[in-house]
Design a protein around this ligand. Structure first.
Ligand SMILES: C[S@@+](CC[C@H](N)C(=O)[O-])C[C@H]1O[C@@H](n2cnc3c(N)ncnc32)[C@H](O)[C@@H]1O
Length: 220
């Protein structure tokens, strides 16, 4: 599916989020103080948005994704970063070799979240930082109605017109697949993360989760 939508992925993201997606990515990277010489692994990097911003902040980013077409676009766009084709469940990265792990809008797509969290903990150095961005469905009844209408009707319609109908109809289904925050936190804690923090991003359509790898419970 991601190979099919890669060519229009960035355009569609900017359009359906009214350009907010890039603000969310910047906010996420600032939240984990991504900066000079931090080795940053962006898992499920897609076309390289987070990698490109991390590079501009002075970090040393590496993007990982299993879609050849997403990676092809990422590589031609961010030429000074490293990219690896791999599955998030089995990262070809050394234990404790990374300062920051990020993952933007991809948690919903992983079939085994616990396995991915374990891999993230394995590659992070002790006290390494973790940052996720994900779509968010507001809790307020009225906002929720508007949100559902937009993501279940408007986005699939625009997606069908400009990109791929099936892929953009999958978006609301994949949002439903994402576990609630307390369950995500339980899984992250079990994988060895502490200082977990959850924030929503304006206009309440994205969520930002950060954490730190526990120094004492490395499991490696
Ligand atoms: C919605 S896109 C997000 C792309 C990017 N992170 C962003 O901020 O826009 C999801 C990405 O996750 C990748 N992906 C999904 N499951 C994966 C897995 N198990 N291993 C590696 N990449 C995966 C897809 O190929 C796709 O590029």
């Amino acid at each position: 599916m991601f190979d099919r939508i890669a060519w229009r992925y960035d355009f569609m993201n900017r359009l359906i989020t009214f350009g907010f997606d890039q603000h969310w990515r910047k906010k996420g990277l600032k939240a984990v103080n991504a900066g000079t010489k931090d080795v940053l692994l962006d898992i499920a990097c897609g076309t390289g948005d987070l990698v490109e911003i991390a590079l501009s902040m002075g970090a040393i980013p590496i993007g990982v994704d299993f879609s050849s077409k997403m990676l092809h676009i990422a590589k031609s766009r961010v030429i000074n970063a490293g990219f690896i084709k791999a599955d998030a469940c089995l990262l070809p990265i050394k234990d404790a070799s990374v300062d920051i792990v990020t993952c933007g809008f991809a948690l919903r797509n992983f079939t085994d979240l616990d396995k991915v969290f374990k891999e993230m903990a394995r590659v992070l150095a002790p006290a390494g930082r973790l940052m996720f961005l994900e779509v968010y469905a507001p809790k307020n009844k009225f906002l929720k109605l508007g949100h559902s209408f937009y993501f279940e009707k408007v986005v699939p319609f625009i997606g069908a017109l400009l990109s791929d109908k099936k892929a953009y109809s999958y978006l609301p289904q994949s949002v439903a697949y994402l576990p609630p925050t307390h369950k995500l936190f339980d899984s992250l804690y079990k994988a060895g993360f502490i200082d977990l923090c959850h924030k929503t991003c304006f206009p309440n359509a994205a969520q930002l989760i950060t954490g730190v790898k526990n120094n004492y419970e490395t499991g490696i």
